[in-house]
Design a protein around this ligand. Structure first.
Ligand SMILES: [Zn+2]
Length: 337
């Protein structure tokens, strides 16, 4: 992400910006359970200014905060409201197929929340588009990140759970019936570990950061001589994905065994999707992908051994990081046209 000054070149508060009126800007908003991140993007999807403010409960309050922060960003950058092409809002939850309501976003306490209408009321003349944060991340990677130029590709975000999505025929695939897709909830191990969705053995139950932490805790409990144990003083609460990865990197045999099993499960999930859809690129994001080549090198080898085709697509790190939701939200409106 390029660094930007406080003001756009040639666009300063109080200056006559009329000759710049043909340029259009987009707003992206990523609502999380802790913070609301907002950004202004130009026509090339470059982030010109951004803000992060604490999340507060209640649809009306959230809409008011967003409106206030958007207007503050416009004032700071000297961009007129009339130069906004659209406002996109990403939420961690499900959206009705018509894009009007947040059906359920448990972290936000939103259920059948008419968020689009509430934000639209603050900006009557500007199109507002509502979407899921995983979809936003996929769009951001497609237009600005690791999936640029791809017709058939996937993003998996390995965090507390597994988010992600597919690009098919150059467009985001929203499922056949408008439900969206859940790439983390394909079953990998029949009757395996319990998944958050209620089914046993899902990809998420083996390939999320949560799964890596669970396995590291189990391993350390039976190996008090391990580095995993030493680093956490045997306290399961102190175990994180980073501790598990760092111990594996340091050569701790217990941690290495945990990490190898994790890579094996992730490799199986990716090879399956390569075989099903012949993906050009599968991008991996989220906290665990921060392990870098320590993850990607053995992962590519594992995928190689499991793919049906020798000349399968690439497995690469996602590029958009924490900005993915905000940047992708700004793309919702164009994507819906
Ligand atoms: Zn599941």
């Amino acid at each position: 992400m390029k660094a930007h000054g406080r003001y756009l070149k040639g666009l300063e508060p109080g200056k006559d910006n009329k000759k710049e009126q043909s340029i259009m800007y987009r707003i992206g908003v990523d609502i999380g359970g802790t913070n609301i991140a907002l950004g202004i993007l130009d026509e090339g999807w470059e982030l010109l200014a951004q803000k992060s403010v604490p999340f507060q409960r209640g649809g009306e309050i959230v809409a008011a905060i967003i409106a206030q922060q958007i207007r503050a960003m416009l004032a700071e950058t000297g961009i007129a409201e009339s130069m906004l092409e659209c406002i996109g809002i990403a939420v961690p939850g499900s959206i009705t197929p018509d894009g009007q309501l947040v059906l359920d976003a448990y972290n936000l306490g939103f259920h059948n929340e008419p968020l689009k209408e509430r934000i639209q009321a603050h900006f009557p003349g500007i199109p507002v588009a509502l979407g899921n944060d995983a979809d936003a991340a996929v769009l951001a990677e497609l237009h600005k990140g690791a999936l640029q130029g791809c017709k058939t590709a996937a993003l998996y975000t390995l965090g507390t759970g597994i988010g992600g999505g597919f690009i098919l025929n150059g467009k985001m695939f929203r499922g056949g019936r408008g439900n969206g897709i859940e790439p983390g909830h394909g079953v990998l191990v029949d009757g395996g570990e319990a998944c958050t969705c209620g089914v046993k053995g899902c990809i998420e139950a083996y390939c999320s950061a949560t799964a890596l932490i669970r396995e590291a805790r189990k391993a350390m409990a039976v190996r008090p001589d391990s580095l995993l144990y030493k680093k956490t003083q045997g306290d399961p609460v102190a175990m994180t994905a980073k501790v598990a990865i760092d111990c594996a990197k340091a050569g701790d045999p217990t941690a290495m065994a945990v990490f190898q099993a994790y890579v094996g499960h992730l490799g199986s999930a990716i090879a399956s999707i390569m075989n099903l859809l012949d993906m050009e690129v599968v991008a991996i994001g989220g906290g665990v992908s921060g392990a870098g080549e320590f993850l990607f090198e053995p992962l590519r080898r594992d995928v190689d051994t499991k793919c049906f085709f020798q000349n399968h697509g690439d497995v690469v790190p996602a590029q958009m990081g924490n900005a993915a939701g905000m940047v992708g939200a700004a793309m919702f409106y164009q994507n819906q046209q």
